[in-house]
Design a protein around this ligand. Structure first.
Ligand code: SF4
Length: 217
């Protein structure tokens, strides 16, 4: 089997397992916003609903959290009402009244990632728990764990972002850019950073300031 075929098989398996494990979001039901949509770039979440593009998956390691959610000790999803909007959340695991999130990492981290903190903190409010942990696991099985006690201000920020996304989806307006490290791997990069250039073909005659007539003379 050629090297190229082998890569295609791995890519296809990653894509199909990834789709199975992805959090289900109904793009038309804009009154249901998933927590995952608001702890990352809102613009990306908006495009995922309005004009989705396939994401490029890089390895089995990034499927970790989805796999854990599907296993029997994964936690059940929960909803939180915000007037006429429902926020959907799903923690990876709940053990001894603590919420656990598992995330893959390329290297041991000094600090937890901001979007993971926002996600965990919101889960603590939605599941009504006081504390939780984020466990990062690298490809060579090194673990780094961070704990968090719930914080109201951080949850209010998530609520604000839920309302913003809901309004922009209603108005069919794309949210502003939120530049971050996420951009480099984002499937909408070209929509945010590369402008369509309006190039006009210039002929040699135009460059030399000659009209068609001059050339034919
Ligand atoms: S490229 Fe960056 S700003 Fe644009 S949608 Fe993706 S993550 Fe958001």
């Amino acid at each position: 089997m050629g090297d190229r075929d082998f890569r295609t098989i791995i890519k296809n398996s990653l894509d199909s397992i990834g789709k199975e494990l992805d959090i289900e979001i109904d793009p038309k039901d804009i009154q249901k916003i998933h927590l995952q949509e608001v702890v990352r770039c809102l613009r990306r979440s908006y495009y995922d609903r309005i004009e989705p593009r396939e994401i490029e998956r890089r390895g089995f390691n990034e499927l970790l959290s989805g796999l854990l959610r599907k296993l029997q000790y994964g936690s059940d999803p929960k909803e939180f009402s915000l007037d006429d909007i429902q926020i959907k959340a799903q923690a990876d695991m709940i053990v001894d009244d603590s919420i656990l999130l598992f995330r893959s990492a390329n290297e041991e981290l000094e600090n937890p990632l901001a979007n993971d903190l926002l996600y965990l903190n919101a889960c603590l409010w939605i599941y009504d728990k006081l504390d939780g942990m984020i466990i990062y696991i690298t490809g060579d099985r090194k673990e780094t764990t961070f704990s968090l006690t719930r914080n109201k201000k951080m949850f209010e920020e998530v609520i604000r972002r839920v309302r913003v996304l809901n309004n922009l989806l209603k108005e069919q307006k794309a949210p502003i850019l939120e530049p971050s490290v996420e951009c480099s791997e984002c499937q909408y990069y070209s929509k945010c950073y590369t402008k369509k250039t309006n190039t006009k073909q210039v002929t040699l005659a135009e460059m030399l300031g000659l009209g068609k007539k001059d050339l034919n003379e």
